[in-house]
Design a protein around this ligand. Sequence first.
Ligand code: AMP
Ligand code: MG
Length: 303
Amino acid sequence: MSGRHSKHDLESTRDDDALRDLEKKWTDSPARALRWHKDLDVRGLDCNSAPGYDGDKSDGEELVAAHADELSELQERLFADGRSGGTRSVLLILQGLDTAGKGGIVRHVVGLVDPQGVMHRAFGVPTAEEASHGYLWRIRNALPRPGYIGVFDRSHYEQVLVVRVDGLEPEETWRAHYDEINAFESELAAAGTTIVKVAMFVSKDEQKARLAERLDRPDKYWKYNPGDLKTRARFGDYLDAYQEMLERTSTDVAPWHVVPADKKWFARLAVTELLLGALRALDLGWPPADFDVEEQKTLLAES
Ligand code: AMP
Ligand code: MG
C-alpha cells in the first residue's frame, strides 16, 4: 500500500518537474508577450517568430499536451459554475486571413475541452436574414451563455476588415464601428464575459504555400475558395485594416493578442496558453452541494 503510494508520489513529482521545465520555455507570460502594444506594427511582424517563447516544436507540442488536463478541468469548473447560477463565460475571438489557421485552433486547442461546454460559431458572408439586421445582431445571437466557452471563427471585426477593404460600407459608417465595438465589448465584459481576442498573422509566402497545398491535395480542395485569391491580392490593404483595428479596439477590458502563425505549433501553443490564462484568472472552485450530502448517502445506501 504505502509502497504504491510513494511510487505514485514519485511519478507525480517527476511529472511536475517535467511540466515546470516545459513551462520555463516561456521567457515571459504568454499574455504579456503576445498582447498588442502601440509600438507593434503588424505590417513589419515576423510571422515565423515565437514571441516570448524559447522552446522548439516538440517542446511546444508537449506543453500543449501537458496543459490539456488543466484546461479541461477549468472548463468543467466554468460549466459547473454556470449550472449553479454563475454568470461568467469566456469568449475566444479568432481573426486572421485565409489559411492563418483559425480552424486548426478550433480543432487542436478548443478540441481539448468537452464539446458540450463550447458554443462555436464561424461567421461568413452575412445571409439575407443577417444582412437585414445590424451587424451585431448575429454576434449577440451567438454569444456564450453563462458557463460556456464561446468561440468565434471571424467575428464582428469583419465589419472593419473585409467591409473596409472591399468598400462594402462608406468610410464614415465602418469607422464608427470601432467605438460601437468597444462599447459592445465593455458591456459584455461587465456582464461577466472574459474576452480573449487573438489576431493570427500568416506571411504572404506561407499563405501561398498553404493555398498551393489545398490545390495539390484532393482532400483539401474543399477548403479552397477561388475568392481567396481576391483577398490575397489585397494583402497589404488587409494589414492596414488589421493595424488600425488593433490600434482602435485593443482595450483594457478586451485587449488584442497578436499571434504569428507561420509556425502552426506556435499558434496552437499560444492560444492554448491564452485560454488557460483566462480560465485560471476566473479562479473558480467547485460549486458546493445544494443538498445534504450525508443524508443523500444514507438514502442511497438504503435504496
Ligand atoms: P471562411 O472563413 O473561409 O469560411 O470565409 C468566410 C468569408 O466570409 C470571408 O471571406 C469573410 O471575409 C466573409 N465575411 C465574414 N463576415 C463578413 C461580413 N460581415 N461582411 C462581408 N463578408 C464577411
Ligand atoms: Mg476560407
